[in-house]
Design a protein around this ligand. Structure first.
Ligand code: BT5
Length: 243
């Protein structure tokens, strides 16, 4: 896989800008990566925001051409979460995964991912990974957060981290996702999210649902076993229980 990485000092949102660029230039090569040293309007899912503190954290978006349908977007983002989690182990950060798109360390979020359709046959995946964020900065985020520096006591070069992810971890999981879809990720995902049958509370829109984790469907959707035994499918939501 070939990646063409461009760094920018500041952007509102690397996802927004790269999606616009794909619209402007439909021949933009797959593997184009836009990374920003700081972001003024970083976006999360469902209209939420991604906080970044100037310099020292990884904020980037990757354009990947794919003919996969919209229903495959969630598992595409799960494949990247697995790659991020795998890479963090190499840096001695003991992360795990939290459905649908979080990488965390003992309940503190270290990375978030946002996959969005770009053009007719592509996807832009944005990744925010806290690399050198300090504890004081992490305390300003409205949910528990951490960084590679907090976990390891060392400062890291963001460009090295980016290159390691793109060259050593993403290609394997991307190929697996491309050939097998979520079924190629399921075992790894379950292993890294703490296993099945865990009690969980899930926010699905306005509703809070209590149940146990029954598994994941063909596209990575969460299957929640409700107290009566019925299994409910959740496509977009948040697990509120610390895992
Ligand atoms: C996400 O959304 O986790 C997806 C974040 C994707 C950010 C990247 S940065 C590069 C690219 N360009 C963009 O504009 N976006 C992408 P979600 O699951 O909705 O989580 C958002 C929530 O995470 C917020 O409401 C906060 O509670 C929390 N949060 C915000 N900033 C954080 C940070 N730096 N570290 C940890 N948690 C954070």
């Amino acid at each position: 896989m070939q990646f063409n990485v461009q760094w920018f000092d500041e952007m509102d949102s690397t996802n927004t800008r790269l999606i616009e660029e794909v619209r402007r230039d439909p021949h933009l090569p797959s593997g184009t990566v836009w990374a920003a040293k700081s972001q003024t309007a970083g976006r999360g899912r469902l209209g939420r925001k991604w906080d970044s503190f100037s310099d020292g954290n990884l904020l980037f978006s990757l354009y990947q051409r794919t003919h996969a349908s919209l229903s495959h977007l969630p598992s595409f983002s799960m494949a990247m979460s697995i790659a991020v989690d795998e890479m963090l182990q190499m840096f001695h950060v003991h992360s795990n995964l939290k459905w649908p798109n979080d990488v965390q360390v003992q309940g503190r979020k270290i990375a978030g991912l946002l996959a969005e359709r770009a053009g007719d046959d592509g996807v832009v995946i944005g990744i925010g990974l806290n690399v050198n964020m300090t504890s004081l900065q992490a305390a300003q985020i409205d949910q528990p957060a951490t960084s590679m520096a907090i976990e390891t006591g060392a400062k890291w070069d963001v460009n090295d981290v980016l290159k390691t992810l793109l060259n050593s971890h993403w290609p394997f999981w991307y190929e697996r996702w491309k050939s097998l879809g979520f079924s190629g990720l399921r075992d790894r995902w379950i292993q890294r999210c703490g296993g099945l049958d865990l009690p969980v509370v899930v926010r699905d829109g306005e509703n809070l649902l209590h149940g146990t984790l029954a598994g994941f469907g063909n596209h990575g959707e969460l299957l929640l076993r409700l107290p009566g035994g019925r299994v409910q499918t959740i496509w977009a939501g948040d697990i509120l229980t610390p895992l």
